[in-house]
Design a protein around this ligand. Sequence first.
Ligand SMILES: [Zn+2]
Length: 294
Amino acid sequence: MIELWPDKEAQQILKRHGDDRQKTYIFETGFGPSGKPHFGTFGEVVRTNYVMLAMRDQDYQTKLIAFSDDMDGLRKVPEGFPAWLREHIGKPVSSIPDPLGDEYPSYSARMNALLVQMLDELELDYEFRSSTETYRAGLFNEQIAMVIRHYEAVQEIILPTLREETRENWFPFFPICEGCGSVGHAHVVEVNKEALEVSYVCDREFGGLPGCGTRGRVSVLDGSGKLQWKVDWPTRWHAFGVHYEMFGKDLIESAEVGDRIVQRVFRGTPPAHMFYELFWMHAAKKSRSRAAPA
Ligand SMILES: [Zn+2]
């Protein structure tokens, strides 16, 4: 019998997380809503679904979480989008108005609706999660508290992976500036581990723009800011109990760092992973032409 790759992935999951037909294995797939869902989003969801089907074929229960990074700050105005968006650079995409009409309450609400539509068309069984709502509901508070209390350990894991100029002043949490609403411009200058509060200055460059200069002090809980991407990803794994997530080749390093954070900071077991080539269609075309007789 030929063993297909989804079956191998299923075995990897059982080996890492235990073989138990009573439990539900959690799969996650992420989505960046600063643009419309594209071919890459589609490909990842379909491939993840193959692994879930391989599990279900053997009577294991699975659940898919489709996670939208809608608390991320807008970095640039995407091509074909209106120029007025420039004044919102740095703000979480969930706090920016709908750029392409007024049907949706926010920029990301429109993109999330497109994602949900795509997933529904694929007839997948999934649970949609918004980053903004998850932070605001306090569902990441436990992990945020651990990150803040052990931020030196987090820095020790992350700093070697950063370019030298970004290492200085790097902190795992980005507060939302109370002056301009940006989640990308403020940087933390003081930490109170007991009170779980940080003091910040809004003076970082983000998306090519300077900060507004506001100084403030906020709690790190309940959505008053977000964790930096490389910490945010493992936070989800731990908070949702994710058993499996695949990703494009460009995220190999982030995943390795994420696994270390789950183990060393959260004292948990990281999900099983698989990475895939980002431009597999292009690569397939290239290898076909190479294989052709000269
Ligand atoms: Zn500001």
